[in-house]
Ligand binder design. Structure first.
Ligand code: NAG
Length: 280
């Protein structure tokens, strides 16, 4: 009886050991993180080299887990979820380890393989917004028109690549920051649309403009997109500069013409001389 007990006990220990050690040996995805710019949303993770593959599941709040077509039993370590996580919702992702030779119709037995979870992510609140492109055109001496190109997003609807305006609609505003050239005082102007008129500028002065997407409905920390490069309008001073530049260029061209003419003449004369001195 005692020996039976020992055998049983040993058996239990052994199976417990087999189960735990098997679990320890199955690798998990690590460092699961989101990288998202303009609603192009890619999940990244790291893995140890092994014979296992990874399947990605995503779910919005209170949704069921769903697979995404491109990220099933993969050995790559990133998954583009742009077209899956695109609503104003908080998404979670789990990455499940799957043996490389497992067939698609796996069921409950997969429950024994480990999952890794992503931090929650809401693209509407967290996708980074890149710098925008814009132009500035004078309307009159004191006003300019700023025309901004709405950036394209990573989300497609059928054939169409949506712009940030298509997705964020009236939540998307732009902050236009400008200053008089040589002055440190910056002024901000918030525009609801992609074109804006900035007025009350001093005539004859150069002004510099910068633009960033601005989403006031977001948490403070992620309200601003990246700032664009500066665009400066010419003032009177720089038109004087342009005039001086033109004169310098003209003078240079003139000097070159004169030099070339002189050199050519010299050449011709020498050629003539050498021809006439050749004995016939
Ligand atoms: C957004 O940009 C910041 C700064 O570069 C970065 O730390 C953060 O991870 C980015 N967020 C996403 C979701 O890509």
């Amino acid at each position: 009886m005692a020996s039976l007990k020992t055998v049983l006990y040993l058996g239990v220990c052994l199976s417990a050991w087999v189960i735990t050690s098997a679990e320890e040996n199955i690798p998990k995805a690590d460092n699961v993180r989101w990288v998202s710019v303009d609603f192009k949303t890619v999940l990244h993770w790291t893995i140890e080299p092994s014979n296992y593959t990874y399947t990605v599941y995503y779910a919005g709040k209170e949704d069921n887990w769903r697979q995404t077509f491109n990220c099933i039993q993969m050995s790559a370590t990133e998954c583009d979820l742009s077209n899956d996580v695109k609503m104003n919702n908080t998404y979670n992702v789990k990455i499940q380890t799957v043996p490389a030779n497992e067939y698609d119709d796996y069921g409950d037995d997969l429950a024994e393989y480990p999952d890794s979870y992503s931090p929650p992510f809401n693209p509407f609140r967290e996708t980074n917004i890149s710098a925008v492109k814009f132009t500035v055109a004078a309307v009159d001496e004191n006003r300019v028109n700023v025309t901004i190109t709405d950036p394209l997003s990573g989300i497609h609807e059928g054939e169409k690549q949506l712009s940030l305006r298509d997705i964020l609609k009236s939540e998307l505003k732009y902050k236009i920051s400008y200053y008089k050239f040589g002055s440190t005082r910056k002024r901000d102007f918030i525009s609801n649309s992609s074109t804006a008129e900035v007025s009350q500028l001093d005539s004859g002065q150069s002004y510099c403009f910068m633009v960033a997407a601005f989403i006031p409905t977001r948490p403070k920390i992620s309200q601003h997109g990246a700032w664009s490069a500066q665009w400066c309008t010419p003032g009177d001073e720089s038109s004087l500069g342009a005039w001086v530049g033109a004169v310098v260029i003209l003078l240079t061209v003139l000097v070159i013409i004169v030099l070339v003419t002189v050199l050519c003449c010299k050449c011709c004369r020498q050629k003539n001389l050498s021809q006439s001195s050749t004995p016939v």
